[in-house]
Ligand binder design. Structure first.
Ligand SMILES: [Zn+2]
Length: 167
């Protein structure tokens, strides 16, 4: 996805760039391409970004550790503040540092990367607790075969010891 040079938005009709997309995003593992619609409007002090997107992702269930497919969906808008000092490393005292911590700012002469924005939104939309839609049962403590034979071996050793003591 191509980044948008912010000054170009000023020349766009209604200062808006709008497009549809269907592509895989770098860094985000999805089963299907991310499909959706994005709109960016220049609002003098901020960019009004709106996006709708969906993709299928494969998640691992927190409880049974099985993999399952999940439809990841976003429909969100966010103001991205334009700040001429955003591309300068110096000039900021405490107040400015605090401001940058709270909100994301872009330089009005810089670029907006829609792919990166979508990536962040989709990551935020990932469920905190990932649970499959059953049948979902916690796996038996470790794999059954090895643990049972492990217990058997310990048990056999104990039996042998008992016999030694009693005999
Ligand atoms: Zn499960």
């Amino acid at each position: 996805m191509e980044s948008i040079y912010i000054p170009h938005l000023l020349k766009a009709p209604r200062r808006t760039v709008e497009f549809q997309f269907e592509e895989f995003l770098p860094g985000l593992e999805t089963l299907t391409p991310v499909r959706g619609h994005l709109r960016v409007t220049y609002k003098t002090t901020f960019l009004d970004v709106w996006g709708r997107a969906e993709a299928i992702v494969t998640l691992t269930c927190d409880r049974c550790l099985k993999q399952y497919n999940h439809r990841l969906k976003i429909d969100t808008s966010e103001p991205l503040w334009l700040d001429a000092s955003a591309d300068r490393s110096q000039g900021g005292e405490e107040v400015e540092v605090a401001f940058e911590d709270l909100v994301e700012t872009l330089s009005p002469n810089g670029h907006f990367d829609p792919g990166d924005w979508l990536y962040q939104q989709l990551c935020l939309a990932l469920p905190q607790r990932q649970l499959c839609e059953g049948p979902c049962e916690p796996p038996k403590s470790s794999t059954p075969d090895s643990s049972e034979s492990g217990v058997d071996r310990r048990w056999a050793a104990l039996e042998a010891l008992k016999q030694q003591l009693s005999g």
